[in-house]
Design a protein around this ligand. Structure first.
Ligand code: NAD
Length: 288
């Protein structure tokens, strides 16, 4: 049993903390919104959720918040404690937090997840992890509770790098699949026939085969549920913004990633996409 602090008990953090409790760990939680999670003792302050803990997990909205929270964690944490940030944030902030932790004598991991709220509830998340081997070994038993897979991707920031590269593929491939259905419609090609061919041909990919954006075609997906997320369009936009920021900083050539970001930005800000699944972009195309 470990003593664990959990900061950020939102849609993802609350079920993740609950799974740690179910596995027998002693978890103290802190969130700026007064959230209560069954089995998690509610700390009155961030410092209270950190003091005396062997590990502190954060699941927060963005890099600026993670940096600010990390400063407070480091001021209260025991030397040798492990800090695990599971938020999706920019690589630069992730590396800065690792540097701060190292200077304070703490172990640290960036460990963003895929699998969404369903995966968080079921304890089937995938963790993409950056940091030292020693930190990864210490964090692995916790990843095994909250998820079904943890990949040690490399040193500080490597987890966030893997996450934004993966989600850039996802954004681009979803748009490709939606455009293919849209073109099929305009050509009078039956959507089911398009699916039957492409899903077993070179066009096959997760966005088509597993998460088909066309309702009534392929396995059950958010399109069969009025495009209720699933993976909300604004979260896809957040991740595409992160990949473009990283591309701009490194000079990487990501023309498709940039275009995907621009399309999702328009969808979320002016196209009624906020609060809808990211595959609902098919409807926008169909309306053109
Ligand atoms: P959320 O907004 O539901 O939860 C964030 C929580 O952090 C909120 O409860 C908020 O009150 C709390 N918070 C904000 N500032 C704080 C502070 N200074 N101290 C303590 N608590 C603070 O968001 P979420 O959906 O749980 O996502 C969390 C992270 O996980 C994000 O980085 C997101 O990109 C990532 N993520 C989300 C999903 C998803 O499907 N929701 C999937 C993968 C990754």
């Amino acid at each position: 049993m470990m003593k664990i602090g959990f900061i950020g008990l939102g849609n993802m953090g609350a079920p993740m903390a609950r799974n740690l409790v179910k596995a027998g760990h002693d978890v103290a939680g802190y969130d700026t919104a007064a959230v209560t999670v069954e089995g998690v003792s509610r700390a009155g302050s961030l410092a209270e959720a950190v003091r005396g803990m062997e590990a502190v997990v954060t699941m927060l909205p963005n890099g600026a918040i993670v940096r600010a929270v990390a400063e407070e964690i480091l001021a209260a944490a025991e030397p040798g404690a492990l800090m695990i940030d599971c938020s999706t944030i920019d690589v630069e902030s992730a590396r800065a937090v690792h540097d701060m932790a190292e200077q304070a004598g703490l172990l640290s991991l960036d460990a963003p997840v895929s699998g969404g709220t369903g995966g968080a509830e079921a304890g089937t998340l995938t963790f993409m992890v950056g940091g030292s081997e020693a930190a990864f070994e210490k964090g692995k038993p916790l990843f095994d509770i909250m998820g079904q897979k943890a990949v040690h991707c490399g040193p500080a920031g490597a987890g966030q790098a893997a996450k934004i590269c993966n989600n850039m593929i996802l954004g681009i491939s979803m748009l490709g699949v939606c455009e293919a259905f849209h073109l099929a419609d305009r050509l009078g090609l039956d959507r089911q026939a398009m699916f039957d061919v492409a899903s077993t041909s070179s066009g096959s990919c997760w966005s088509l085969n597993t998460y088909c954006p066309a309702p009534g075609v392929g396995p059950k997906s958010p399109s069969d549920n009025g495009y209720k997320p699933g993976f909300a369009a604004e979260l896809m936009l957040k991740d595409l913004d992160l990949s473009q920021t990283a591309a701009d900083k490194t000079g990487a050539a990501t023309a498709m990633g940039r275009h995907a970001r621009d399309i999702y930005k328009e969808f979320v800000e002016d196209g009624g996409g906020r609060g809808r699944d990211f595959s609902a972009i098919l409807e926008t195309l169909s309306a053109k």
